[in-house]
Design a protein around this ligand. Structure first.
Ligand SMILES: [Fe+2]
Ligand SMILES: [Fe+2]
Length: 171
């Protein structure tokens, strides 16, 4: 095997984390859809797909390295939210957790002089910067536009436009 057992475990844990993120965003999309936030629903359905592509990237990497990916069970995601703002805050927290996990893997790769995994992880490091910025920007809108019904409707429209925009962030 070209990668250490420690690195293999970290990468497999990351497969689970990306799968959890995908499932969590799917639940968010569904909540948005039934609550009447159609733009946000489209946005989070896409976000869920994106997390699945992240998961697949790691599955393929592990298999390519002869380490064999293992697919674990994931916990049921939170399926109900008090507000769209609360939901976006949870999404940002998710991303911050993922960023930490990626950085820990980079530390391991560096320590072990695992240049392949280090190079593989670079894409994820950059992706996480974008992901956190994305949700921070949405959260900022609540301060800028407001939190009343009209403001939230406006924010939902902004998310609809983001969802319809060419997918620059889709891997
Ligand atoms: Fe991800
Ligand atoms: Fe993400």
């Amino acid at each position: 095997m070209k990668i250490s057992p420690k690195m293999k475990k970290a990468l497999n844990d990351q497969v689970t984390l990306e799968a959890s993120a995908s499932s969590s965003y799917l639940a968010m999309a569904s909540w948005c859809e039934v609550t009447g936030y159609q733009g946000s629903a489209n946005y989070f359905y896409m976000q869920s797909d994106e997390e699945r592509t992240h998961m697949l990237k790691i599955v393929h990497y592990l298999n390519d390295m002869g380490a064999v990916a293992s697919i674990s069970a994931i916990k049921a995601p939170v399926s109900s939210y008090k507000s769209l703002e609360g939901l976006i805050k949870t999404a940002l927290k998710n991303e911050q957790t993922v960023t930490k996990a990626i950085h820990t893997m980079v530390d391991i790769a560096q320590k072990e002089k695992d240049h392949s995994t280090y190079a593989f992880l670079e894409w994820f490091v950059n992706e996480q910067v974008q992901e956190e910025t994305k949700f921070e920007t949405v959260l900022q809108k609540f301060d800028l536009i407001g939190r009343d019904k009209l403001a939230i409707n406006e924010i939902d429209k902004i998310l609809a436009m983001d969802a319809a925009a060419p997918a620059d962030t889709v891997a």
